[in-house]
Write a protein that binds this ligand. Structure first.
Ligand code: UD1
Length: 366
């Protein structure tokens, strides 16, 4: 079975890594890896390929940045050509980025089986580009691999046939467990002892100067009680420059984007994680570290009901209250959700073998 994987941005890379490995361990599969180039900076892309031992992509589409329409359309235009050249049996798409929905549209129209890894997540907030990407991808996908039971319920409620849905668990956690031992703390100049980790890049937090300013004021204040390490995403960097934010605060450490192994180490060692990332909400739950999510909603509610996650939105007073609660030792402990056990990718590989019939003329040619 010829499987073509499509990835494009940072959060895709830790999802494809264990799936690629699981398929490589089974002789029935051949694989092609396509990188759309949505993320192109080495600090957001190459370092992840190296650290996660993902082979170099077979095809790079080099779409780069642009408006949503431009980026999505460029992936579609270029990926259509790749589909014709590679002629895969199955296309695997990951997560909820623009590249995910673009590749899904092309493959579905070519009549090729599309499988969505991390299907069924819903924030119910259609102002998030990722929510629109999820809705469209899941409607068009032929097989939907879900990380948690409520994702199955979301899909069934949207009319998706049960037979297409496979609750396999969380592939992000496969990677986190595989690489936890290799996690390495980055050098953070001036950091002494305990700290909180902050990551923030969502348009809802960083694109409105007033919201960003209020959040940064509160973070600076909190960093006087517990030092804060803040790896800054390129989008956030440009927005901080636009509001004239100066890094002159002794407890707050702004650093360049970090690799996967550094991010794992920072999460595991942090006393608190504050984030708007989907992946960090899940990884902190797996590691039992309290997480304060700077969003009004989450498409990963299992991290709240079972894990260590608390939603604080952009309410900076609530952020402070929850932060102080953790400092008093009253942070959430949580438990690791079912099937976040490091074996989700194996379940995906086995399901592909069980569910997908490769046409006999292709079997003969292989
Ligand atoms: C994208 C995903 C988001 C994911 C995030 C992880 C969508 C809609 N959004 O958001 O779901 O959580 O990636 O980082 O697909 N830029 C660089 N270097 C790069 C890439 C981007 O400097 O390699 C800058 C560009 O100025 C760009 C901005 O960052 O305009 C935002 O990049 P973009 O890919 O549009 O979205 P992200 O915010 O990264």
């Amino acid at each position: 079975m010829h499987v073509l994987h499509v990835v494009g941005a940072r959060p895709n890379f830790m999802k494809v890594a264990p799936v690629y490995k699981a398929l490589a361990a089974r002789p029935q599969f051949t694989q092609t890896l396509v990188h759309t180039g949505q993320h192109y900076d080495p600090s957001l892309s190459d370092i992840f390929f190296d650290q996660l031992s993902i082979p170099r992509p077979d095809v790079c589409l080099d779409v780069g940045s642009g408006s949503h329409a431009v980026q999505t359309a460029n992936v579609m235009l270029r990926f259509e050509q790749t589909m014709k050249e590679k002629n895969p049996d199955v296309v695997l798409v990951y997560g909820d980025i623009n590249s995910t929905v673009a590749a899904t549209l092309v493959a579905a129209k070519e009549g090729v089986c599309v499988c969505h890894v991390e299907a069924g997540l819903r924030s119910r907030d259609r102002s998030m580009p990722e929510e629109l990407n999820r809705l469209v991808t899941d409607q068009l996908a032929d097989l939907l691999f879900t990380p948690s039971p409520e994702a199955d319920i979301n899909l069934i409620n949207e009319g998706i046939d049960k037979s297409k849905i496979h609750y396999v668990g969380n592939v992000m956690i496969d990677t986190a467990l595989q690489l936890a031992e290799k996690a390495t703390m980055p050098k953070v100049e001036g950091l002494n002892g305990e700290f909180a980790l902050l990551t923030m890049h969502r348009p809802s937090n960083v694109d409105d100067p007033q919201v960003l300013q209020q959040l940064m004021n509160k973070i600076v204040q909190l960093s006087e009680q517990l030092e804060v390490v803040f790896p800054v995403h390129p989008r956030t960097k440009s927005r901080l420059e636009a509001i004239g934010f100066q890094d002159q605060h002794t407890g707050l450490h702004l650093i360049d984007p970090i690799g996967y192994l550094e991010c794992l180490a920072l999460q595991r060692c942090a006393k608190i994680v504050m984030t708007d990332s989907g992946g960090l909400q899940e990884e902190t739950t797996a590691f039992g570290v309290p997480c304060l999510t700077i969003r009004e909603n989450t498409e990963r509610p299992v991290t709240i009901s079972e894990g260590t996650n608390t939603l604080v939105g952009t309410d900076t007073d609530l952020l402070e209250r929850e932060f102080l609660k953790v400092l008093r030792g009253e942070g959430k402990v949580g438990r690791v959700p079912d099937k976040w056990d490091g074996k989700a990718s194996d379940r995906i590989a086995d399901t592909l073998l069980a569910e997908i019939a490769v046409p006999s003329h292709k079997r003969a040619a292989a």
